[in-house]
Design a protein around this ligand. Structure first.
Ligand code: AMP
Ligand code: GLY
Length: 420
């Protein structure tokens, strides 16, 4: 079959890599892709947020299946448009993607479905929001209500920080409203499930590292590394997450006539064995997708197809007792300003196998074929092992073989799971 993947990050390189393991994949096109993806798939130039353009491209190229990587096309209704055209698509309609795009919507769904999550209140103006912070005290969490790629969240240690976050939201071009939440304590984990509207298939657990620096210090980023599985997601915690969080939300979405179809990524806070919802995303995490795909391999495509075709009840995932870990190499300066255009050496010697891959994110091919850094997060160096320590040693050995003086990476990915 002919498959089209939309996106250009490490997540999409991993999705493309997994699709190619599966003999069902005859032709793979990725738009817009990156230098790593160009090495394994056809690249297309296409406005991936324009549903008509994507549907037209799919028709012209006899595309049988479209996998949507990032949230922006979902929010713009690209999945709706493809479904209307009769194209099999992996990714929710815009109305269901609101579980990611609107914090207020998600909180309302959680309340309607009785899902454990932080207490919350929504404010359309600064004054009552300030008063709420005074009444509740700190720590407290202030979120812009809109799609802000995680940047619209301030975990305020003091009321002064919370007040500043409220002012920044209403002064700048942030959301029109803020959601103010109770600060939850515990350990965070990412839980992924496939949903075909009604059936739920657990699709892996992971933990990521959001801070730029070792020891979870420095500014927040899109994610500097990840590993799977997340040890805190024991069978009991996983079952509780499905029964108390995922299933009630999936049922509520179906009841409202906006069934959820695609990957549902639940950010959880776990305390004393009880998971609470932090947030939903309507897409795979990045870099969490890289570790999930490395562990799933060819079967990822079969499960995603079953999900898109509404026959998830027939799908099975066979997990090995393996572990995978990704170290993100980022441009020095990221998430602040950084240089672009540095050549990255040593990649050719790192042969990709079913147990190790360098997934590209912000890379491009210079004239002459050299791989150059073209973004903040640039490489997702990923390895698999019989245990997490082995996966980590392999990933760091690859990092040390990459020659990129303008890059940096954390040295402690996996620390939480490896501490004794
Ligand atoms: P979000 O974009 O909603 O996932 O928020 C980004 C990060 O902020 C989360 O991964 C958590 O680390 C933190 N966070 C968000 N909401 C809360 C909360 N209510 N309590 C504690 N931490 C939170
Ligand atoms: N790594 C976090 C995310 O993809 O949202």
């Amino acid at each position: 079959m002919n498959i089209l993947i939309l996106g250009s990050g490490g997540r999409e390189h991993a999705l493309a890599w997994a699709a190619l393991q599966n003999p069902k994949c005859d032709r793979l096109i990725v738009a817009p892709g990156n230098a790593g993806i160009a090495g394994i798939a056809e690249i297309a130039t296409l406005d991936i947020e324009d549903g008509d353009a994507v549907a037209g491209f799919a028709a012209e190229n006899a595309v049988d299946f479209v996998i949507i990587g990032p949230e922006a096309p979902l929010a713009r209704g690209v999945a709706d448009r493809l479904r209307a055209a009769g194209v099999s698509v992996f990714g929710p309609d815009a109305a269901a993607a609101m579980l990611e795009t609107s914090k207020t919507f998600t909180k309302e769904i959680c309340d309607a479905a009785g899902v454990p999550t932080a207490r919350w209140a929504r404010f359309d103006a600064a004054e009552p929001a300030h008063a709420h912070v005074e009444a509740e005290g700190a720590p407290i969490v202030v979120k812009s209500d809109g799609l802000a790629a995680g940047k619209g969240v301030v975990v305020a240690e003091t009321t002064a920080e919370a007040h500043a976050a409220i002012d920044a939201n209403f002064d700048g071009d942030g959301g029109a409203a803020v959601v103010i939440e109770e600060f939850m304590t515990g350990e965070e984990a990412s839980f992924f499930v496939l949903v075909d509207g009604t059936t739920i298939l657990p699709f892996g657990t992971a933990q990521d590292h959001k801070r730029a620096g070792d020891g979870d210090t420095g500014p927040n980023t899109g994610g500097m590394g990840a590993y799977s599985p997340a040890p805190i997601m024991t069978p009991d915690v996983t079952e509780a997450a499905v029964e108390r969080i995922i299933r009630p939300v999936v049922d509520e979405m179906a009841r409202r006539g906006t069934p959820y179809r695609g990957i549902l990524y639940a950010g959880l806070m776990i305390e004393d064995g009880a998971p609470r919802l932090v947030e939903f995303n309507a897409r795979f995490g990045d870099p969490e997708c890289q570790v999930l795909m490395m562990r799933l391999g060819a079967q990822a495509l079969d499960a995603m197809l079953a999900c898109a075709e509404g026959r998830l009840g027939e799908a099975r995932v066979a997990w090995a007792s393996d572990h995978a870990l990704t170290v993100v190499m980022a441009a020095r300066g990221y998430p602040g300003p950084y240089e672009k255009g540095d050549a990255i050496g040593g990649l050719d010697a790192l042969t990709g196998t079913s147990s190790q891959m360098v997934f590209h994110a912000g890379t491009a091919l210079a004239q002459g074929g050299a791989v150059v850094a073209q973004g903040g997060r640039v490489l997702g160096v990923t390895a698999r092992g019989r245990d997490l320590m082995q996966a980590r040693e392999r990933a760091y050995a690859m990092c040390d073989a990459i020659d990129w003086p303008g890059g940096y990476f954390r040295r402690d990915i996996g620390w939480r799971a490896l501490r004794t």
